[in-house]
Design a binder for this molecule. Structure first.
Ligand SMILES: [Zn+2]
Length: 283
């Protein structure tokens, strides 16, 4: 069932759970996510990064995600992750995405407000939800790199003004997570999260959540995080599935036999996340 991102995340916000937004790059990943959602009766967000769209093509990603949504009874949203290009955001909307992120976090506040507002106006006119980002999340996501030392946490006053002026539906905040694998254990600023949630009273998004310990994830959810982005953990599960199979079966060359186990590995990881986030059983 294809729905807007807002429909999924407002329910999560009201009831106090989080929904996984899992990055898709090919058919096996889409199938792993949708099977996990069906099995756990969980709402889910299929998201594609600019790198993912470059790899597979926006039309392919949109078509696969729509088929997945139509074959599932659970609510499914199709989301653009870290959109930085206005034209590409419009292309995603035209191709049936029900949620888009405009990431203006690298710009000064005024500029971030201006470009976010422009996207919100257009997206809302056609029933598409919008995520924006305030503060800087460390690490690398495809071609966007933020030096970890330059990563700055979200300011609650700025967040309040940002939401009021842009009309954005959910906000990604920086509280100490980073994109990609972690070197040490991430220290999250829970006090900041609590203040921002109270002030905004809207769905909050956590990026760079692969590898964050379970107790930190659960605490974030209890303090108001409603969308949790997962990419790296899926990549690692895919890699594990392919590698193990190829090492144990060096003579097999059928792509279905090689990628099938990877799909199962990814599904297992995604089911664990859906239970951890509290979205299992909420569809
Ligand atoms: Zn991100």
């Amino acid at each position: 069932m294809l729905v807007s991102g807002k429909e999924i995340l407002l329910d999560a916000h009201k009831k106090g759970y989080a929904v996984g937004a899992f990055n898709v790059n090919n058919m096996e990943i889409v199938q792993a996510i949708i099977e996990a959602a069906k099995e756990t009766n969980s709402p889910v967000i299929l998201q594609a990064s600019q790198g993912g769209l470059k790899y597979a093509g926006v039309e392919y990603i949109a078509a696969m995600a729509k088929v997945a949504a139509e074959t599932a009874k659970v609510p499914v949203a199709i989301h653009l992750d870290h959109g930085t290009d206005f034209v590409q955001i419009m292309k995603c909307i035209r191709n049936g995405f029900t949620s888009v992120m405009i990431d203006g976090s690298k710009y000064p506040l005024e500029e971030n407000i201006a470009i976010t507002k422009k996207v919100v106006e257009i997206a809302h006119a056609v029933g598409v939800s919008v995520e924006a980002e305030l503060g800087k999340i460390g690490g690398t996501e495809d071609d966007i790199t933020v030096d970890e030392r330059d990563a700055t946490f979200t300011d609650p006053d700025e967040a309040e003004r940002f939401v009021k002026e842009t009309g954005v539906d959910y906000l990604a905040i920086a509280i100490g997570t980073a994109h990609g694998p972690y070197k040490g254990e991430p220290k999250l600023d829970f006090d900041r999260l609590k203040v921002i949630k109270e002030r905004l009273n809207m769905p909050i998004v956590l990026h760079g959540s692969s590898g964050v310990p379970e107790e930190s994830i659960k605490k974030s959810v209890s303090l108001g995080v409603n969308k949790i982005n997962i990419d790296t953990d899926i990549r690692m599960a895919f890699n594990k599935g392919v590698r193990e199979f190829v090492e144990n079966n060096p003579d097999v060359y059928d792509p279905r036999k090689i990628l099938g186990p990877a799909r199962e590995e990814m599904k297992k990881v995604i089911i664990e996340k859906m239970i951890m986030f509290g979205s299992a059983g909420r569809a």
